[in-house]
Design a protein around this ligand. Structure first.
Ligand code: GLC
Length: 575
């Protein structure tokens, strides 16, 4: 089967997408000596693992040349591979090998900013011909003390370091203020003698999307990867490319207080510095046109856009070109883990889904504490099954399938400029009989991030041998979702139970009549007899339990009542 046929045999509609954080996924066995961080070849070596897990696509987090100030999200060249991770040839080989296994590849694309080491920024700060306004520059003003002051109050998303400094008592002058101020989004540049804007770290200057040359250059970078065979993009922080270029101040968020909000950035509203619909929608539309270009007509390309915005703003973006792009659905990730909240969130999400749109479900990523750290082992298993049986693209963050937990990272080994997100980015344990659990045989002190000792016993080699392990559960669940017509094509059916700790939903394939019900016990208590009052079918059989993994052979009467163990999800198929 050639690559083209492979793509047609599975659509994004029901793809399981596995996110790889390349720095800590796997180092290739051929590298001598081992360096202590992952590689593109290391990923290729593990494709059989992903194939046996049943994934349909990989989302590769940044692998581009980068000074690594923000885990690779600070890119110094949009059209190359970080030399520490491999070469463009390695990348081409990965695409080919993945496609041969019918696994698609989606790469992280970061439109809002580059690294300050990108040659565009170097040229722009020197005002070289044509590059003058590739970034967002402003002279600001000079105050009565002769100090340069930024043009407005816009703040950086990465304002947590101020709060941490204050907590450590390091910013004495801040104690006089009620709340820790955010870090300004403006940084004075001595070379150009102007401020530049950075929505994230100082080393991540924002590109000026109002400049058509910048837009062309970014679309050119997209085509570069599409022409190398990638099947789409996970688009980073998309809402930040939409700004009001008249640069008005943001209004203050009057709901802010430091007890409830972790990040001083949230002291301001976000209507001008990002989320500005007029420009945002226009630029997203332009990016979508790249995928819709007739040269790619025969390809099934897709973008998934990262934006933390309100529901209705997300729906507006989803309406731009639903056939090629949709926003991440972080609703489930952000909702609290209880039956009522998840039901409201899910029913609403599927009800509002646009025609032609591809739904998606997310349980974690490289920015959030790991699922098992948030919900405990059994809660994580429940959340996995709950998401996997829902319609749409289902995202798995590497290591989630193993039930990995957050690590404690000594302060001197932190990589994240916020000092926050390293715990969920530690190396994947492959085989705990090998050094660093098989991730790399480099000296442990040379690992990019230390291996989490608490996770060594969750190594892939061990979990493969146990029928009830987290890995076996993911495999069984994914296999079922690929096999059952209701899980492949069935519509989402909201259902009700007579127990407020237990949520239920159904899937129904109108063509084959295949139906299933998923019952989720959110409590840590056993629930003796849960009735699904509005089920369309009465007699079924349990095809999967999040606890025992196995299929039980007995018949279940869903109107009479189903017993659920603590944290158990039960998947029942109509007989
Ligand atoms: C996104 C990424 C995050 C990164 C930020 C800036 O939110 O997921 O890891 O730090 O954008 O690029």
């Amino acid at each position: 089967m050639d690559v083209h046929e492979a793509r047609q045999s599975s659509t994004w509609q029901n793809a399981v997408v596995y996110q790889i954080y390349p720095w800590t996924f796997a180092e290739d066995s051929g590298r001598e000596p081992q360096l202590g961080h992952g590689s593109i070849r290391g990923i290729e070596e593990r494709l059989s693992y992903l194939e046996s897990l049943g994934v349909n696509a990989i989302w590769l987090s940044p692998f581009y040349p980068s000074p690594m100030v923000d885990g690779g999200y600070d890119i110094a060249d949009f059209k190359n591979v970080h030399p520490a991770l491999g070469t463009l040839e390695d990348f081409d080989s990965l695409v080919k090998a993945a496609h041969a296994k019918h696994i698609r590849l989606m790469v992280d694309f970061i439109p809002n900013h580059s690294s300050d080491k990108h040659e565009w920024f170097e040229k722009s700060r020197r005002q070289e011909d044509g590059y003058d306004d590739w970034y967002i520059w402003h002279p600001g003003s000079v105050d009565e003390h002769g100090e340069h002051q930024p043009p407005n109050n816009w703040a950086s998303v990465f304002s947590i370091p101020n709060r941490k400094a204050r907590e450590r008592g390091e910013m004495h002058w801040l104690h006089e203020q009620e709340w820790t101020p955010p870090i300004s989004a403006w940084k004075w540049d001595d070379v150009r003698q102007e401020f530049y804007m950075h929505s994230f770290a100082v080393e991540q200057p924002d590109l000026n999307w109002s400049n058509p040359y910048v837009r062309e250059a970014m679309k050119d970078a997209m085509r570069f990867w599409l022409d190398r065979g990638v099947d789409g993009f996970r688009v980073d922080a998309i809402n930040h490319i939409g700004k009001n270029m008249e640069l008005p101040d943001e209004e203050v968020n009057t709901a802010y207080n430091e007890e409830w909000y972790e990040n001083p950035y949230d002291q301001l509203q976000k209507f001008q510095s990002c989320n500005y619909p007029r420009t945002l929608h226009e630029y997203i539309w332009e990016m979508c046109q790249v995928l819709k270009d007739e040269v790619y007509e025969h390809r099934d390309l897709r973008m998934i856009l990262e934006a933390y915005m309100g529901e209705s703003d997300l729906r507006d973006i989803d309406a731009i070109a639903p056939e090629v792009a949709s926003t991440f659905n972080f609703g489930g990730l952000l909702a609290s883990w209880d039956a009522g909240s998840r039901k409201i969130q899910m029913d609403y999400y599927y009800e509002r889904l646009l025609r032609d749109a591809v739904a998606n479900q997310v349980n974690g990523n490289h920015d959030k504490p790991r699922l098992a750290s948030r919900l405990g082992d059994n809660g994580a298993r429940a959340a996995a099954v709950l998401n996997l049986f829902l319609p749409g693209m289902r995202f798995i963050y590497n290591g989630e399938e193993l039930g990995l937990v957050d690590a404690e990272i000594p302060s001197w080994r932190l990589q994240d400029p916020n000092g926050l997100r390293d715990p969920e980015r530690t190396p994947i344990p492959w085989d705990d009989t090998l050094p660093n659990a098989g991730f790399s045989n480099a000296d442990p002190k040379d690992l990019w991030l230390p291996a989490n000792q608490a996770d060594a016993h969750k190594a892939v080699m061990r979990q493969k041998q146990h029928d009830t392990s987290s890995l076996s559960l993911y495999r069984a669940a994914i296999r079922l979702t690929h096999e059952l017509p209701s899980a492949q094509n069935g519509k989402y059916v909201p259902l009700h139970t007579d127990n407020d700790q237990v949520m239920a939903y159904g899937r129904e394939d109108e063509e084959t009549g295949d139906q299933l019900i998923v019952l989720v016990n959110f409590s840590r208590d056993k629930q003796g007899s849960v009735r699904v009052s509005d089920s369309h079918f009465v007699i079924g059989e349990q095809v999967l339990s999040s606890i025992s993994v196995e299929q039980s052979s007995h018949r279940v009467d869903v109107r009479a009542g189903v017993a659920l163990e603590p944290d158990e999800v039960s998947v029942i198929k109509k007989l």
